[in-house]
Design a protein. Structure first.
Length: 357
């Protein structure tokens, strides 16, 4: 069993009626050609990479406004003021988006905000997140010196050479409205490629319904700052390593000089190891730790004594022997350094050897 790969683009035409049950969809391949089409509920829509919604013309109004070139925040204010004089009914429900400029003129698309939000909520509940939304009119091509029209689900939509648009029930009505006897019929309007320049109505207050796409331009500044920070960090580490290296070289030089001054005439190979060796050579045999001092004393005594207690601290070794052993090994004991003797417990003598020099 093979799984159908997702279509690169899925186009849905929203019905004008509110309580729809099924949707008409068109799936396109990577070259923009129609790959499949059908009708069905939201749960049966094919998998896709990008989703675009086509709004019905009967749900859209269009106003051509002549506006000066302004920044977006100033342009929105001008459009709001201009639309307040043109809109009838409840203005709080009006959702309008300005299209791209055409000279000094802009087409402003208006629809019911509540209706459009309800459609987007239905799609969102089915985990369908659109990438763009535009009216049916945007699929009509711009043909010089000709009025174009196309048959839709609700009638004939048309666009004049001046950019005026509308929807009528019959094609003959277009000639009566425009005063031009001939109109150019565009077949299969919903199969036309997505317009190169169009008004995406999924902006502003409805932008949270929009599918998030990765735009490298939004990360360009962050990437640049990150690269600078990484360079500064690397440069700082290199300086720090260089300072440590210089400090190590300077310290080694000072050690060599100190060793040469302390032990003149000695060839210098590794001053640290040689220094430690010289210190061991010059050290007294009793300058080791307590155990070393006791072992050194035992080697010098060379007598089979059996001390009852041995203490070694601060260069002094205390041996507790029996009086018999003290009398028997008097000469070996005195040969080590004439220890001081004092009585201990009954039958015992404490001998004190001073090992520190």
């Amino acid at each position: 069993m093979t799984t159908q790969p997702p279509f690169p683009l899925l186009r849905i035409t929203l019905p004008a009626e509110a309580n729809w049950r099924t949707l008409t969809w068109f799936a396109f391949d990577a070259s923009g050609q129609l790959a499949a089409q059908g009708d069905g509920p939201l749960s049966n829509l094919p998998t896709h990479d990008a989703l675009e919604l086509v709004l019905p013309a009967r749900r859209i109004s269009a106003y051509k406004l002549t506006l000066p070139l302004q920044e977006k925040k100033h342009l929105d204010l001008l459009i709001t003021q201009a639309m307040e004089d043109r809109l009838l009914g409840d203005k709080t429900d009006a959702y309008y988006v300005a299209g791209p400029p055409n000279g000094s003129a802009r087409m402003v698309w208006v629809c019911s905000r509540c209706w459009l939000e309800a459609q987007l909520l239905c799609l969102s509940a089915a985990t369908l997140i659109p990438l763009r939304i535009f009216p049916e009119y945007e699929l009509l091509p711009s043909v010089p010196d000709a009025t174009v029209c196309a048959l839709t689900n609700d009638g004939y939509v048309f666009r004049t050479t001046e950019g005026d648009i509308g929807i009528v029930d019959t094609q003959a009505t277009i000639s009566l409205l425009t005063g031009k006897p001939e109109t150019q019929l565009v077949p299969d309007l919903y199969l036309r490629p997505s317009p190169a320049s169009f008004c995406n109505m999924l902006t502003g207050r409805l932008g949270h319904f929009r599918k998030k796409t990765f735009d490298p331009r939004t990360w360009r500044r962050s990437a640049f700052m990150l690269a600078i920070a990484a360079f500064l960090l690397l440069f700082g580490n290199l300086i720090h390593w260089r300072q440590l290296e210089n400090r190590e070289v300077k310290l080694q030089h000072e050690i060599r000089q100190t060793f040469a001054t302390t032990f003149p005439g000695t060839p210098i190979i590794d001053p640290l190891l040689q220094w430690e060796s010289k210190m061991r050579e010059q050290a007294s045999p009793f300058n080791g730790d307590a155990l070393d001092a006791v072992l050194t004393l035992a080697a010098k005594l060379n007598a089979p004594i059996h001390p009852r207690r041995i203490e070694s601290r601060d260069g002094i070794i205390r041996l507790t022997l029996t009086d018999t052993e003290v009398a028997q090994f008097k000469e070996p004991l005195n040969s080590v350094g004439s220890p001081e003797s004092s009585p201990a417990e009954s039958g015992m003598t404490l001998l004190l050897f001073r090992t520190a020099r």
